[in-house]
Design a protein around this ligand. Structure first.
Ligand code: DP6
Length: 373
């Protein structure tokens, strides 16, 4: 007998960025972060998990048809935690015992509905879908928040893809270098040694929904695929280098982000686009400033990214108020947030301006409109 479960998970794009780990093993972040979930009609990962006593081991994972190496600690941590929960269910299930799925080899297959060549980060949707597919297969009674705790260990940003709408990843106070978010030493890892004594499993570092997508149904996002190339410095390696060497980063993590998290939450709850947009742009720029402040410096933005920033600035100046906001992750692709009422202005200007911008790759560069709801 083969047991099976399928699920999907959306892509999310942070407006307050996660950058920095206070505990790389448990993948605990230095600061909290907040993201907007993109429409699954446009960008999502679909994952099927299957297990059977008749499958030859070991576990396997195929993404878009390509077999993956899953021996790394990230995937192993997720699978181990899910198996442990299943094993606990099985051992408490007498007198009607459950099949011992936890001991069967797993076969997991994922497919993205967006081209891998689009150069969009897919690890967030990927790990979120993987964790939920296996949790469904194992019939775990886990809530999305509990699953987010597991997905976090696959890839930090994945914990925010277990919800729709507006999602916060709370850094939590447990684990190495825990303590209050705004507390002294938060962010630099400097307190890591002292905190080892009370280090635990970091189980309070998980995602929660700030507001469902329907709370702000007019939110839209435009994705500008500047480059489909694999990024030069991976986010995992980049953020470790930033934590280790950037002096700007300590201020960002200890002071700026805690304040902005509160302001962003309030802006979203009040549907205040002006505040949402300003915070989004400033936080993206601050994150990239800490990358530049890293030794050696990390450059994720290129000339086309900077041209996109100028287009947003020009649109906002022409209208006389802020109607568009850009943000960039660990790569040159831009995501531009705007409200539906400004659709033709924002999308139209990007098409007109970016299509002819110097350095714009007209072959691969394209704007994909997605629904932020
Ligand atoms: C810039 O979640 O990819 O996109 O936890 O090491 O897998 P790991 O990092 P990852 O980092 C994402 C960084 C970011 C900002 C964000 O999504 O918050």
């Amino acid at each position: 007998k083969i047991y099976r479960a399928s699920t999907t998970a959306p892509v999310n794009i942070a407006v307050i960025k996660y950058w920095g780990k206070r505990d790389p093993t448990l993948n605990l972040p230095t600061n909290s972060s907040l993201s907007v979930t993109l429409s699954q009609a446009d960008l999502r990962t679909h994952t099927t998990a299957a297990c059977s006593a008749s499958f030859p081991g070991p576990d396997s994972l195929v993404i878009n048809g390509a077999p993956q190496d899953i021996s790394g600690p990230r995937t192993q941590a997720c699978l181990r935690l899910l198996r442990e929960q299943r094993a606990a269910l099985e051992s408490s299930s007498s007198p009607a015992p459950l099949p011992s799925l936890s001991s069967f080899p797993l076969r997991i297959a994922s497919v993205n509905n967006f081209p891998t060549a689009a150069g969009l980060a897919s690890s967030a949707a990927g790990f979120a879908a993987l964790v939920r597919a296996v949790a469904d297969l194992y019939q775990l009674p886990a809530s999305p928040a509990e699953l987010s705790r597991i997905a976090r260990q696959g890839s930090g940003s994945a914990c925010r893809s277990l919800f729709g709408g507006y999602v916060a990843w709370e850094r939590g106070g447990e684990g190495a270098a825990g303590g209050a978010e705004a507390g002294a030493g938060a962010g630099t890892g400097a307190g890591a040694e002292g905190a080892q004594a009370r280090a635990d499993d970091g189980s309070d570092s998980l995602a929660t929904q700030v507001a469902p997508a329907g709370h702000w149904p007019d939110m839209r996002a435009l994705i500008l695929v500047v480059s489909a190339d694999k990024k030069g410095v991976s986010s995992t390696a980049g953020m470790q280098a930033t934590v280790a060497t950037s002096e700007l980063f300590a201020t960002r993590a200890a002071t700026l982000v805690p304040r902005r998290m509160a302001q962003m939450r309030a802006a979203i709850l009040a549907r205040d686009f002006d505040a949402f947009a300003r915070l989004t742009m400033r936080d993206s720029n601050n994150f990239h400033a800490t990358c530049l402040d890293t030794e050696p410096p990390i450059f994720y933005l290129n000339d086309v990214s900077r041209a996109a920033i100028r287009v947003v600035e020009d649109i906002n100046k022409a209208v006389g108020r802020i109607v568009a906001a850009y943000t960039f992750d660990a790569g040159p692709n831009a995501v531009v947030y705007y409200l539906a009422e400004n659709e033709s202005l924002v999308a139209g200007t990007f098409k007109a301006d970016m299509g002819s911008a110097a350095g714009w790759d007209t072959e691969r560069g394209r704007a994909v409109q997605i629904n932020g709801g």
